[in-house]
Design a protein around this ligand. Sequence first.
Ligand code: FE2
Length: 199
Amino acid sequence: MTFTLPELPYAYDALGPYMSKETLEFHHDKHHKAYVDTGNKLLEGTGLEGKTVEEIVTASYGTNQPLFNNAGQHFNHLHFWNWMKPNGGGAAPAALAAKIDEDLGGFDKFKADFIQAGVSQFGSGWAWLAVKDGKLAILKTPNGENPLVHGAKPILGVDVWEHSYYIDYRNRRPDYLKAFIENLVNWEYVEKLYGEASK
Ligand SMILES: [Fe+2]
């Protein structure tokens, strides 16, 4: 199978109190699994079997919407689990922090603008920190879309589908986004992707 569901990189109860075991069980075991299973079915006969997830995302964008929805969400969730860690948040690593100061007006402004991107994404979607044309940018996308299809490389993203926060935060999406950025972000993983995107 081209798409496979990875194990979470931490225990299901490791992100409490900011993201519960119940949320991670539903989100990973039900939602992400459904994208993997449906995506594999939709891949059959497309000629894209065996391509990388990134290649399938970009190839299906605008040409095969059902496949794109599931491939996009698979890509997004593969990273989403790694964009969080127990005792996350805090300051960004020095080199990335300097770039955030340069391109986004400082760390506090970055955090406020990133949260606002997530709050203002109408309906389901994602908010992103991405590298585009050598600069950092904050983006938001609907449904399963991501910066790959807009000529940018995502280095941090947050899922604002209700399945990501409704059990823990009900309708309080801003509180979920604040907890994500203050207490969950795995900056080491963001820094790794920033290094790869900057090559
Ligand atoms: Fe999700």
